[in-house]
Design a binder for this molecule. Sequence first.
Ligand code: DQA
Length: 149
Amino acid sequence: MKRSLLILNGPNLNLLGTRQPEVYGTTTLQDIENLCVKHAVALGVSVVFRQSNHEGELIDALHAARGTHNGVILNAGAYTHTSVALMDAIASIQLPVVELHLSNIHAREAFRQKSYIAPVAVGQICGFGAAGYPLAMDALLSWLGGDDA
Ligand code: DQA
């Protein structure tokens, strides 16, 4: 069976391309999805790419990932820094989650340096812009190990 990865994007990431390009670059979320699909084909895995501006929808998507996907890549946007509910969801689903950010959150405002996702994630990738997405896919597959099971 092919491995399946869920790539989940949180609030305001639908505006990538025009949103603060000095911070996030000019790549759109559609460009990033295309990059991930291309990388998935090269790696021989399935990928589902989603975005929501709503905390509850992100939580529902994490719950639904159980039994459907082998792992999750999560760019939770600003919910990273506020959401105990997302942290609890990750802790409850028994799936590996890689935390991802386009920007280096540790080099930004103090409030962005606190992540509720980090303690329940298998690891974090940040600061590499759109290139972080395929990097996160590689990291998650490496964490999952060699088996296709
Ligand atoms: C972000 C970083 C967050 O602090 C911010 O709220 C975002 C995007 C990133 O990808 O760099 O919305 O997650």
